[in-house]
Ligand binder design. Structure first.
Ligand SMILES: *Cc1c(COP(=O)(O)O)cnc(C)c1O
Length: 229
């Protein structure tokens, strides 16, 4: 595997897709999803100009983040309430805010540290029983509740569409874009619709074409993951 050429390829695709949607590649944030990958590989990615890493396990963030001090860490996985305290001041963005008791815990821990935590609300856009995320019909009331927490800022939305073809995924991305645009009318001090986090290795070009400005690419950069190691 050649990390440098993988990364170049991803950047090239991002540029193309950004153009299709009338934007520049600078408007798109690439998150290198480094879960299960060793720190040596992340350091190599850093040398190839990767600045943001996405992780989905609290322990992994804790093990890795001090090794690349200037990197930005994003938490993209299911976050357990009892582990919030370990990462709340280590990650720059939590992509997976998906229930009120989690919001309450993040707020409490952030308050203790005197910080405001940036979050994205995760949407269960395919309405799947096996996936986390807020149902779109409950989004407005969820947001109203989260807005009451002074130490949380809502910075946008995140979604993982159901396993499907790229063209089917496009419809989910379109729907997400509509929700995102709609929420812009409700912006205030506690909410700014800045990031629309959607698109993974299999579909990030389509996601960007439909308005994503934050893509989470793992396999396309680091190769297949081995969960048995
Ligand atoms: C693992 C993961 C990714 C990256 O998936 P790839 O298909 O390897 O690009 C993106 N988002 C989330 C939430 C993930 O858990």
């Amino acid at each position: 595997m050649d990390l440098m050429s993988n990364i170049n390829e991803v950047y090239k695709n991002i540029e193309k897709a950004a153009k299709v949607s009338g934007r520049t590649p600078e408007e798109i944030t690439l998150i290198a999803v480094s879960k299960t990958k060793p720190i040596e590989l992340l350091k190599e990615a850093w040398e190839c100009n990767i600045r943001v890493f996405g992780e989905n396990k609290v322990q992994e963030v804790m093990d890795k983040y001090e090794n690349i001090p200037d990197a930005s860490w994003h938490f993209i996985g299911k976050l357990q309430k009892n582990k919030v305290k370990y990462i709340v001041d280590k990650v720059d963005l939590i992509h997976s805010l998906d229930n009120i008791s989690l919001a309450e815990e993040i707020n409490k821990r952030a308050d203790k540290k005197g910080i405001v935590v940036n979050t994205l609300v995760q949407i269960n856009i395919g309405d799947e029983a096996t996936k986390s995320g807020i149902h779109k019909d409950e989004l407005n009331s969820f947001i109203e509740k989260v807005k009451e927490f002074n130490n949380i800022k809502i910075c946008g939305l995140m979604a993982i569409p159901p396993k499907c073809s790229k063209e089917e995924a496009r419809n989910y991305f379109k729907e997400m874009r509509k929700l995102f645009d709609h929420l812009k009318c409700l912006e205030d001090n506690s909410m700014e619709m800045k990031y629309l986090s959607m698109g993974m290795t299999g579909d990030y070009e389509v996601a960007i074409e439909e308005g994503s400005n934050m893509v989470r690419v793992g396999t396309g950069i680091f190769g297949e993951r081995d969960y048995l190691k």
